[in-house]
Design a protein. Sequence first.
Length: 279
Amino acid sequence: MRLAAGITLAINGLRMSTGMDPLIITATPNVSWLHPGVWYPKSAAEIADQAAACVDAGASIVHVHAGGNWKQAIRSVRSKTTGILQCGMSSLPLQDRMEVFEEKADMISVMLGHHDEAFARLDTHALHPREELVEYMKLASRYRVKPEFEVWHTGSIWNLRFLAAKRIVSRPYFTTLFLGWPGGNWSPPTVEEYIYRRKLMPDKSVVSVSVMDRSQADVLTAAITGGDHVRVGTEDNPFIGEKPATTPELVKWISGVSRAIGRPVASVDEAAELIGVRR
């Protein structure tokens, strides 16, 4: 790992490790879009077991898919763990995700624009116009579900500022910067890209970083050193170096990286307070 890159990042204006907030780890025990042969949980019971194992390994947020069965998956996860439940699959039409609101999941992923992804077995094209984003914010407020904003490029940041200007989204904004995901929204999985996009984020943003590339160690170390947060799991990159890994193993690995450079890992309660999730 290029620890020097992270140190340079901190020196150039982001916070040094002393006095940082504890690291929030989001775990993604879901399908590996580029390596679909990798095992991932499919039934509600399997999803719940993996979620609990991820929290035990150090994650405070678990980002899950549900194969269209949100109600059962949400209830099953909640029966196994007190981790913050973040429901993904933001490419789906809004009406297909209403159970996420009705079941009052802790968080819901919201794509700030167009899905354009090129994976091993499918291409994804789904437009999310600003009118839909406004509707998401109304539902999030009504059901008290915290949005997780997916930031794939600088246009995503413009759309977040658009929502903020309407005063229909509450601070802090929980955001995830996506790097290295293939398709029309691709951006280079580099420390330089992370630094560039990070500087443009609105004030009061809690920033997490996702890397779909085996270079994730460099970028995630820079994010940890710079005071931001990380997302790991089979959905993002199912490897530690060249070795295949499960999502709990990836969580344990990145927890160790953070502690080794002097930054503690957030508990579920600490993460909830930092990002404004109502428990």
